[in-house]
Design a binder for this molecule. Structure first.
Ligand SMILES: [Fe+2]
Length: 255
C-alpha cells in the first residue's frame, strides 16, 4: 500500500501568491504531477498542515487541486491554518479532517497539534486521549501524523517551536508497540530518524524549505518535495523523500 505525504503547501486564495519567493499554487501542482507521473496508485494522500498561508480562501484552491485524484486526502491543521474553516471546507470525501483511518492492515491517526496564538504546537488532553484510545482498541500497525515535530531536529529556532508537550505524546506512544512511524511537517526539511524502533519522518514542504541545522531562521535553496511511503502488511515501511526539479531547470532540460 502506497501513501503520498505532502505538507506545508501554504496556499493563498490568489493563484499568484508567493511564500518566500515560491509561487505556492504552481509549486503544489508540480509536486502532485511528479508524484503521479510514475503511475503509482496511492491508497491515501496525507497532508500534515499549513494547507493555507493565513488565508482560508486557500482551502477552495486546495480542494480544486486535490479533489480530482479520487484518493482519500487526510488532513490536519498547522499553525498557519484556521481549524474551523478548514474543518468546514474539508468536510466531504475525498477529504477528511483529523480522525483515525483504517487502510488495509494499517491505521493512520491524524492528530491536531494546533495551539491558538502560538507558532509551536500542543496536543490537548482530548487529542492525547483520542490517540491512546485508537491505539488501545486496534492492534493494527499504526502511522501517527501531526504538524509539529515531537523531537529536537538540531535547529535551535525550529526546536523552540516544536511540540510543547512532547513528553505527554511519547508517554502514549511508548505504551503501544504497534506504532511503526510518526510523520510531521512544519520543519520544511527532510528528517529521517528512529526512536525505539519507530520511524521518525519529517517531510519537506511543497514550496520553500528551511536550512537544516541552522541556529536561526534561514531559507534553504532546496526545491519542493514530497515523501512516498510503502506500508507493508508486516509492519515494515519503505520511504523516500523526492525533491522536485525546479520548473526553470525542466524547461532548460527540455529545450
Ligand atoms: Fe509551514
Amino acid at each position: 500500500m502506497h501513501i503520498l505525504h505532502i505538507t506545508d503547501p501554504h496556499l493563498y486564495g490568489n493563484a499568484g501568491g508567493q511564500l518566500r519567493g515560491v509561487a505556492t499554487d504552481s509549486s503544489l501542482r508540480h509536486t502532485l504531477a511528479d508524484a503521479y507521473a510514475v503511475g503509482t496508485a496511492y491508497s491515501a494522500i496525507v497532508v500534515t498542515g499549513d494547507v493555507v498561508q493565513d488565508d482560508p480562501s486557500g482551502y477552495l484552491r486546495f480542494k480544486s487541486l486535490l479533489g480530482s485524484y479520487a484518493t482519500p486526502v487526510l488532513c490536519i491543521p498547522g499553525n498557519h491554518d484556521e481549524p474551523e474553516a478548514m474543518r468546514a471546507s474539508l468536510a466531504e470525501p475525498p477529504f477528511a479532517y483529523c480522525g483515525t483511518h483504517q487502510l488495509g492492515t494499517w491505521q493512520i491517526v491524524m492528530l491536531n497539534s494546533y495551539d491558538p496564538g502560538h507558532v509551536g504546537g500542543r496536543l490537548s488532553f482530548a487529542e492525547l486521549t483520542r490517540l491512546d484510545t485508537a491505539l488501545s482498541v486496534s492492534p493494527l500497525h499504526t502511522l501517527v501524523c501531526l504538524h509539529h515535530h515531537p523531537i529536537a531536529i538540531g535547529s535551535r529556532w525550529l526546536d523552540g517551536i516544536g511540540l510543547a508537550n512532547a513528553e505527554d505524546f511519547w508517554r502514549v506512544i511508548d505504551a503501544h508497540p504497534q506504532v511503526r512511524a510518526i510523520a510531521w511537517g512544519h520543519v520544511h526539511q527532510a528528517y529521517d530518524g528512529a526512536r525505539n524502533g519507530v520511524k521518525l519522518l519529517g517531510t519537506p514542504s511543497t514550496c520553500a524549505q528551511f536550512l537544516p541545522h541552522s541556529e536561526r531562521y534561514a531559507l534553504d535553496g532546496s526545491p519542493p518535495a514530497y515523501r512516498r511511503m510503502t506500508l507493508h502488511d508486516t509492519g515494515v515501511i519503505d520511504t523516500q523523500v523526492r525533491w522536485i526539479q525546479p520548473l526553470h531547470a525542466r524547461q532548460a532540460a527540455a529545450s
